[in-house]
Write a protein that binds this ligand. Structure first.
Ligand code: TEU
Ligand code: CA
Length: 544
């Protein structure tokens, strides 16, 4: 039996601070900007914020490269601003969940500065060093996620250090107990300041064994997570979400099973990877396959039926805008955005809204590589052009799937720069801000924002939405996604048309019935008929 926790009925909201709200006109979002926008989150009904990193950082990877875990980047504000944010959010019943980036630090962290200067200091062993290979080159040919080799040589110590990501992000050596103690101490320090938990960046990498070339979900992962729970989390009513690009339904409950004492839930990416090309990766477009997507999505609903808990999302700061990727960002943008929300917010788990999703923000259309900012896109461009890929071909892929689409500034109004900044934004504002912005949606009872608000309220009020069992319907259907949620003899049925065409389905008797409309994107529906007609991208939920 499940003990109810505060985050079981809450909806999370991810803030990417540099793109959310700029309070001082330097073109960069900041913490005072977030404080000023808290009423927007209250309006939506948000329970907690996942705040992408605001720590001191040289910003090679926009803050996912931390140089001081106990300080705030000056462009975002001060520690005082952070304390004010935590308190102001708390007054509204909103928790602040911080990003914990401890698979690696920045190469400018004081630990690494010492580590790279001498072998005989304690900090040297906070990182992963190996002697050169037999030919004098790197220890092996492992590649880094953002391009280039995963090993970089430091002449001062005559060794290579390991970096899963860029050379500016050296991996921390979790096998060193003193390093682990430092991390746990830092976590307690933040929790004592009143934050509501942690989203743990690529946490499945910390148990790696580089010599065996086992990186994801390595042999030490679960012992470390259990130790972290004992040392930091036990007895505190906080939320932890681990990010893992490798977790599968085979391993999912190892992280979030109720008697494991590790994490509360994981961000897993099986439904996301479904949209990537199997060999050529994310920059090679691949047609969306709804049946495979549903298989991935519902396999996690099945997995968490009796144990564990799921983190529901379609978007984040590493992914394209969901309405552009999974639906339509032109003629059917409004219906498409509502449809994706209907699906995600009526599944079992804790849903996450990525900033701008609640007004249906879309991918940018960049024509030139110099309009991009993200190191992943820029490095892959260099590599692929060197391999003979045409720039236009690469840009077409990047226009679909680059991380920068989610990083264009939040569109608050039709004022210059969408009301994000009075200065020059660090990345171009999507020119469609005149039509797509928060002010516009707030004035419209039929808006995407209103639809999100209803869905978020439903989870708080309706036990079936919060705790009902999920059963997929029409699993083999390539155009329609459908499911029901059941609790104690009552049920909700949800239908979503993923296509720009009308769809007609003859439904089996056990899914039809009369009841009460919960949400709808087109006409109100108090009944699921034997023959169901859906408009392009229509979605609805009915309690019968
Ligand atoms: O992302 C983990 C990760 O593996 C991504 O780099 C992913 O492969 C890529 O985004 C797919 O396009 C986390 C953070 O969410 C990301 O922003 C960081 O860049 C990365 O870790 C390193 O900290
Ligand atoms: Ca600013």
């Amino acid at each position: 039996e499940i003990t109810e926790r505060w985050w079981h009925r809450a909806t999370g909201y991810q803030i990417y601070p540099r793109s959310f709200a700029d309070s001082n006109g330097d073109g960069m979002g900041d913490i005072p900007g977030i404080i000023a926008k808290l009423p927007h989150l209250s309006d939506l009904g948000i329970g907690f914020v996942w705040l992408s990193p605001v720590y001191a950082s040289p910003m090679v990877d926009n803050g996912y490269d931390i140089s001081d875990y106990r300080n705030i980047a000056p462009e975002f504000g001060t520690l005082d601003d952070m304390d004010r944010l935590i308190a102001a959010a708390r007054e509204r019943g909103i928790g602040i969940v911080m990003d914990l980036v401890v698979n690696h630090s920045s190469s400018l962290h004081a630990w690494f500065c010492k580590a790279r200067a001498a072998r005989d200091c304690p900090e040297h062993d906070y990182y992963i060093w190996r002697d050169p290979g037999p030919e004098g080159g790197p220890p092996d040919d492992a590649r880094a996620a953002f391009g280039g080799p995963a090993w970089t040589y430091v002449p001062e110590v005559g060794q290579y250090y390991f970096h899963y990501f860029s050379p500016a992000q050296p991996d921390l050596n979790w096998q060193n107990p003193a390093l682990r103690a430092e991390v746990y101490d830092m976590m307690r320090w933040w929790l004592d300041r009143g934050i509501a938990g942690f989203r743990m960046d690529v946490i499945s990498l910390i148990g790696k064994d580089v010599d065996a070339r086992l990186y994801e979900e390595g042999p030490h992962l679960h012992p470390f997570l259990q130790e972290m729970h004992r040392e930091v989390l036990a007895g505190r009513d906080v939320l932890t979400i681990g990010e893992s690009w490798s977790v599968s339904t085979e391993t999912g409950l190892l992280y979030c099973g109720r008697d494991r004492d590790e994490l509360d839930m994981v961000f897993e990416f099986s439904h996301i990877r479904e949209g990537w090309h199997p060999e050529l990766g994310k920059f090679a477009p691949k047609p969306f396959d709804l049946v495979a997507f549903k298989r991935a999505l519902f396999s996690w609903q099945d997995l968490t039926r009796e144990d564990g808990w799921h983190a529901l999302f379609l978007s984040n700061h590493d992914l394209p805008r969901q309405v552009s990727f999974y639906a339509d960002d032109q003629q059917f943008r409004r219906a498409g955005a509502k449809m994706l929300a209907t699906v995600l917010h009526l599944l079992k788990g804790t849903p996450f809204v990525y900033q701008g999703e609640e007004i249906g923000m879309t991918n940018a259309r960049f024509d030139r590589i110099d309009q991009y900012r993200d190191l992943e896109t820029l490095n892959h461009f260099e590599e692929q052009i060197a391999l003979g890929v045409e720039p236009e071909v690469f840009i077409t892929g990047a226009n679909r799937n680059s991380r920068d689409h989610s990083r264009t500034p939040m569109q608050w109004s039709d004022a210059p720069n969408g009301g994000f900044t009075t200065g020059t934004p660090w990345i171009e504002v999507n020119p469609n801000f005149c039509d797509i912005n928060v002010a516009q949606d707030l004035g419209d009872p039929d808006s995407i924002f209103t639809h999100y608000r209803r869905l978020i309220a439903l989870r708080q009020q309706n036990d079936i939405v919060a705790f009902g069992h999920t059963r997929q319907l029409l699993a083999a259907d390539a155009g329609v996604l459908a499911f029901e949620r059941r609790l104690g003899g009552r049920r909700i049925v949800v239908f979503a048309n993923f296509t720009p065409h009308p769809q007609r389905r003859d439904l089996p008797e056990d899914v039809t019935g009369r009841g009460e409309a919960l949400v709808h994107s087109h006409a109100r529906r108090d009944e699921v008929p034997g023959q169901l007609d859906l408009a392009p991208f229509e979605s609805f939920a009915c309690q019968i």
